[in-house]
Design a protein around this ligand. Structure first.
Ligand SMILES: Cc1cc2nc3c(=O)[nH]c(=O)nc-3n(C[C@H](O)[C@H](O)[C@H](O)COP(=O)(O)OP(=O)(O)OC[C@H]3O[C@@H](n4cnc5c(N)ncnc54)[C@H](O)[C@@H]3O)c2cc1C
Length: 467
């Protein structure tokens, strides 16, 4: 177990000499929102100090000092994470990048956006769209920072066609835990120059340094888009149709699955009705094309194909109202499930496409065995399933047993299916044991070796990813 220094008055004086005094918060000045992320279920942790950086140079000075004095530093974006990655589990300094939020440049010649890490995803998407560009990664929570997205390698609904956040990071500037500033990559479109340290940084959840600037790949905006809501009699029929859709030359932009119960939760949460809720399961598939006629051709072909494969109907969302009602409901699933229960735990496994059905059958068996309500939805096109075990009014001691056992069994089953612990939300401090179990000793030892090279004093987001 590492020993860390507690923050003292001299450290606070140092921080106030580096940061604007108004951006240094101590003790009760720290708002409790900073004690947790979007899963307060994983605990509430009060940092000793909160600082809000406005430049990379401040972060360099901070990290050098923290390494010298062995004070833990936890980086934080918008705090929308779902695995307790941005919380100060052992106190120390919480470093917020929320004020590092400039869009520095939208460079059309290299199709690159250069931004600071605290820019909100929704702002980036809007700003580049004004210049005719698409920033393709589309994680559900648009008020997350792009830095947080990069540090968790966030996925989202459009990953099935466009890939995940990693695929859109051309370069990343990082302050290393020892205070040096390094830029890995840049505006270049490709790179075969040695080990890809850029890729090592992406998804490192703030354990290898602090991201201070990003070079992001942009695409041209697709001209026409439409979504299809496809009902099925069962989740098996629904998931069996996914490879049929994916095996066509037109790759859908999104391919989401949802069960009736989750749609009903979302209707209740939003107080708005979903276009259809009679069937047991649905796929929500969308396509983009250069012209209306090409899009119609794709839709016609896909509609006939799915109807031959047990789809009950195909609802084309060709009006703004219908489009809005479907996607608003889809965007609210997580919040809707959360608000339907006293507390819950989440599992974000990713599986080979042909194992999703058997995994979800297993989840149903667990639901029956443990008499606990379990809800799921997810990114069917890339095998990423979000499963929520809900406490409802279960007695506390029983809940602790049930959640522990159901989670362990789900991760074990995912491993048997050659899946991985997290498809997009990351490991944080909540999923470290499951990662260790899943990757095994030798891969964990390699990761620890890497961590040690970048962060010899172990001050950068300790207890996250690796314990
Ligand atoms: C309703 C809802 C829907 C969601 N949908 C999706 C989804 O579809 N796909 C998906 O992938 N996720 C989703 N998420 C999870 C979450 O939004 C993402 O994990 C997001 O990437 C976190 O960004 P953030 O700015 O909130 O980061 P935080 O939660 O603040 O931090 C996340 C991690 O990144 C580190 N970090 C943040 N900024 C920096 C930095 N500048 N330098 C170094 N480390 C840093 C933190 O230490 C932490 O480990 C959803 C969450 C909610 C609440």
């Amino acid at each position: 177990m590492q020993q860390y220094k507690k923050v003292e008055q001299t450290d606070i004086q140092f921080l106030k000499s580096v940061f604007d005094e108004r951006h240094v918060f101590v003790g009760d000045e720290i708002h409790e929102d900073y004690f947790h992320d979007e899963m307060p279920e994983y605990g509430s942790f009060k940092p000793e100090v909160l600082v809000k950086a406005t430049s990379a140079s401040q972060i360099q000075q901070l990290m050098k000092y923290a390494t010298q004095h062995k004070i833990p530093v936890t980086p934080r974006g918008a705090g929308t994470g779902l695995c307790g990655g941005c919380v100060a589990t052992i106190g120390g300094i919480l470093l917020s990048v929320e004020k590092l939020n400039k869009i520095i440049e939208i460079d059309s010649a290299t199709m690159t956006a250069v931004i600071e890490p605290g820019v909100y995803l929704m702002d980036l998407i809007d700003e580049v769209a004004k210049e005719g560009f698409l920033y393709a990664p589309d994680p559900g929570e648009k008020s997350a920072t792009v830095g947080g997205n990069v540090m968790t390698n966030a996925g989202g609904m459009r990953a099935v066609k466009y890939g995940v956040t990693r695929d859109y990071v051309k370069g990343i500037e990082m302050v290393l835990p020892t205070g040096e500033l390094e830029c890995f990559g840049g505006k270049i479109a490709k790179n075969s120059s040695g080990y890809s340290l850029k890729d090592l940084m992406i998804g490192s959840e703030g354990t290898l340094g602090i991201c201070t600037k990003l070079y992001l790949k942009l695409l041209p905006l697709p001209k026409k888009m439409t979504s299809l809501l496809i009902p099925f009699n069962s989740i098996s029929d629904c998931l069996n149709c996914v490879p049929i859709i994916m095996n066509r030359p037109y790759i859908p932009i999104t391919c989401e699955f949802m069960e009736k119960e989750v749609i009903l939760d979302a209707q209740e949460y939003l107080g708005k009705s979903f276009p259809d809720q009679k069937s047991a399961a649905y796929l929500l598939v969308s396509y983009g094309a250069e012209s209306k006629s090409i899009l119609e051709e794709i839709i016609d072909e896909i509609a006939s194909l799915v109807l031959e494969h047990k789809a009950l109907d195909v609802f084309i969302s060709d009006t703004d109202d219908r489009q809005e009602s479907i996607w608003t409901a889809r965007g609210a699933f997580l919040e809707a499930i959360k608000s339907s229960t006293s507390t819950m735990d989440e599992c974000d496994v990713v599986l080979p496409l042909d194992k999703m059905e058997s995994f979800l059958e297993y989840v149903k068996e667990l639901q029956d065995e443990y008499l606990v309500r379990i809800r799921s939805f997810g990114h069917a096109g890339d095998g990423n399933i979000h499963v929520y075990v809900c406490k409802d009014d279960m007695e506390d001691a029983r809940w602790q047993e049930v959640v522990k056992e159901t989670m362990s069994k789900m991760y074990e089953y995912a491993q048997k299916c050659q899946g991985q612990v997290s498809g997009e939300h990351g490991i944080g401090h909540a999923k470290t044991d499951f990662l260790k179990e899943s990757l095994g000793e030798s891969q964990i030892a390699i990761m620890k070796g890497i961590k040690n090279i970048f962060d010899p004093s172990m001050i950068c987001n300790p207890q996250k990813v690796l314990k």
